[in-house]
Design a protein around this ligand. Structure first.
Ligand code: GLA
Ligand code: GLA
Length: 677
């Protein structure tokens, strides 16, 4: 499935800098003019200018308008939209419209429609109704992308390409099964190797002919976990192959225009580590739930992931909501100031563009109750006033454009390990990977410690602390690299149920975690999920206690020191947390899921081992602190007004005011502090 390279190796690709040059931070949103009569477009553009909008995404769902019947083309309306935006100085992020083929495609070629694991075809009438492996979909999609690129190459408004939308469609149809078999042949070469990898001696699943292999469709009982793991890998790759095919057409015609596709944070079906290098700009859609008290930390984690996917380069917040969404069962609005707080949180964590879904609220369709920058009620509204004020104040943040967000701590995350971990038939399905990541992330975030996310094979030498909340599946090389990292002076924290399987998802036999046993100086023999209604009590060596939940393990020290023990039941006095000094470094193992207080204490100790401190020595609860380039951002997510002591006199770029020893932050207040000479 490898696409051909379109630029000579070493040729620098255009990136975020090509967009921000002369514009500063980008501000705008999805613009769907096809939902409105043309006279509204003029008003849109006037209001966009007044709001400081300098980038809009156009055409995401315009396939039916451009190609109203198979083979037809109508670009005239889009010409007028791009001309109008271009003459107003608003840059266009032009989307390939391939996320939603028109009904004529599914009607004439039902095999282009995706099929779920039960064999049900998913129909048109919504969006995403395509099979990534359908030859007809592929051919028609590439044809319209080619014509779109030919038409708008060189258009002065074209600044960025937006390929498809939120890739994630999974398909189990016969075309997908054939493509899956081709992918498996490439991976395994022959059937014996596949049979061994899939463990087909179990439950009589031996394959004697490639044609017998199908996608992991609905079956009477628990489906082969390796078949499902490989299908998850394949599905991510099949979507990527389609993305690359579209991208290559765009790059060939407009080599100087950057290309992106919008991600969705910790979105399970797609391995973004393999996708991100295929983009010029990493962009993300992110919709924090106003009803979730953990939203600020979850959002920070997500932003750190997106920045890390791009190797630390500035990224684009492609979509956020100015207020409520409409797709949760009960949709709370964002209180006054929240729009600004969340947008600036993204800037603080490396975003150089802040865009919304969407510019003007739809009057019809499935998203008619989704908030927009321009509400149904018009410009004389509190939401639009907040949008305008925010658009204006972003101009004050020019000093951060293009600057990095330095981190001394890395947290490892791997999609195949996530897929394998959350298969059915494990000790407990209460061990959820995103929750585990957030649990270990929170105490770092609360202390103003910036974190990069990294894949297990990443070069970790620049980090003083590496946190592994869970790596259920790990390959030998990555385990050896972690061992070397610690020997060379790194500090490593490993959470429970890690190092369990090899890349095929086969349990590594022997005491666990087999490939990390030596570096951890500890090993275990039994995973012991705990009753949900009972906290697990643990004790540090000094006698103080903490509680844990859900998960325990029977482990023993083999060189490590036991720093906390369980206190009750069969595990009484056995290790719950271990610390191993080895080589020049230190490795920690956590054999349970401590509640925030216990994990906070553990984090303080691991940070001390690593010599890492937060960006400020003292932070009131609820205040996020992060340094980007020369600027220290402080964001108050808490419900009360707080004072934060400051190490040096600074100017708040957002207001232009000087601040000296301390700054007062009302709820939802943000300051962007640039040191005064
Ligand atoms: C049943 C089945 C066995 C095995 C066990 C597991 O008894 O007959 O093959 O699956 O359940 O509990
Ligand atoms: C996603 C999509 C948009 C829109 C928004 C609504 O991010 O990309 O088209 O549906 O959700 O929240």
């Amino acid at each position: 499935m490898a696409g051909r390279p379109t630029t000579a190796p070493g040729t620098p690709r255009p990136g975020m800098h090509t967009l921000t040059a002369g514009r500063g931070l980008l501000f705008g949103g999805d613009y769907n003019p096809e939902q409105w009569p043309e006279h509204v477009w003029d008003e849109d553009v006037e209001l966009m200018k007044a709001a400081g909008v300098n980038l809009v995404t156009v055409g995401v769902f315009s396939w039916g308008r451009i190609e109203p019947e198979p083979g037809a083309r109508d670009f005239t309306w889009l010409d007028r939209v791009l001309d109008l935006l271009g003459s107003a100085g608003i840059a266009v992020d032009l989307a390939t419209p391939t996320a939603s083929p028109p009904p004529w495609m599914g009607h004439r070629w039902p095999r282009t429609l995706p099929v779920d694991e039960s064999g049900h075809r998913l129909w048109y009438g919504a969006r995403n109704q395509f099979c990534p492996s359908s030859p007809v979909y592929r051919e028609r999609a590439l044809a319209i992308v080619t014509d779109l690129a030919d038409r708008y190459a060189g258009h002065p408004a074209l600044a960025l390409w937006h390929v498809g939308n939120e890739y994630g469609q999974i398909c189990h149809c016969d075309d997908s099964a054939a493509a899956f078999r081709a992918w498996l042949r490439e991976r395994y070469g022959d059937l014996d190797t596949l049979n061994e990898a899939w463990g087909t001696t179990f439950w009589s699943q031996h394959y004697s002919d490639w044609d017998e292999i199908v996608t992991p469709r609905r079956a009477p009982y628990i489906v082969n976990p390796t078949q499902r793991l490989d299908f998850a890998r394949f599905s991510s790759d099949a979507l990527l192959a389609h993305y690359r095919a579209e991208r290559d057409i765009l790059r060939e015609r407009t080599p100087d225009t950057p290309v992106t596709t919008n991600f969705m944070g910790l979105f399970k079906p797609v391995d973004y580590w393999s996708w991100a290098p295929e983009e010029d700009i990493v962009s993300n859609d992110w919709y924090p739930d106003p009803a979730d008290p953990l939203s600020p930390a979850r959002t920070a984690l997500t932003h750190d992931l997106i920045r890390s996917l791009g190797g630390g380069r500035p990224w684009l917040l492609m979509e956020q909501s100015p207020s409520a969404v409409n797709w949760r069962p009960h949709n709370l609005p964002k209180p006054a100031g929240q729009l600004r707080l969340e947008s600036l949180q993204a800037v603080a964590r490396g975003a150089d563009g802040l865009c919304y879904f969407q510019w003007r609220a739809s009057a019809f369709g499935s998203e008619r109750f989704h908030a927009a920058m321009l509400p149904h009620a018009g410009p004389d509204t509190r939401i639009h006033a907040e949008v305008r004020a925010h658009g204006a104040e972003l101009r004050r943040l020019d000093p951060v454009v293009g600057t990095p967000v330095p981190a001394k701590v890395a947290m490892l995350h791997d999609w195949p390990s996530w897929w394998a971990l959350e298969e059915r038939g494990r000790p407990s399905d209460r061990l959820d990977l995103p929750d585990q990541l957030l649990r270990f992330y929170r105490p770092l975030w609360e202390r103003g410690v910036t974190v990069d996310l990294a894949r297990p094979s990443a070069d970790l030498t620049g980090y003083a602390l590496v946190v592994v909340p869970n790596l259920y599946l790990i390959d030998d090389r990555d385990a050896a690299a972690l061992t070397e990292y610690v020997r060379g002076g790194g500090v490593l924290v490993v959470g429970p149920f890690s190092g369990v399987t090899d890349p095929r998802g086969h349990v590594r036999t022997g005491r666990f975690p087999a490939p990390l046993r030596e570096v951890l100086g500890a090993s275990g023999e039994e995973w012991m999920p705990a009753p949900e209604d009972r906290p697990v009590r643990c004790r540090w060596a000094d006698g103080t206690g903490f509680t844990a939940r859900t998960w325990t393990e029977l482990v023993r020290a083999e060189g490590a020191g036991t720093v906390a023990t369980f206190t009750e039941g069969d595990l009484a006095d056995r290790p719950a947390v271990l610390r191993h000094e080895t080589g020049e470094g230190v490795a920690w193992y956590v054999a349970t899921i401590p509640e925030p207080e216990g994990l906070g204490e553990l984090t303080v100790r691991a940070l001390a081992d690593a010599g890492v401190t937060g960006v400020l020595p003292e932070l009131p609860p609820g205040v996020e602190a992060v340094r980007r380039g020369p600027v220290l951002f402080l964001l108050n997510h808490g419900a009360g007004t707080v004072e934060v002591p400051l190490p040096q006199p600074s100017e708040d770029l957002l207001t232009g005011s000087p601040v000296h020893d301390r700054v007062t932050l009302a709820p939802r207040a943000v300051v962007a502090l640039s040191p005064l000479p």
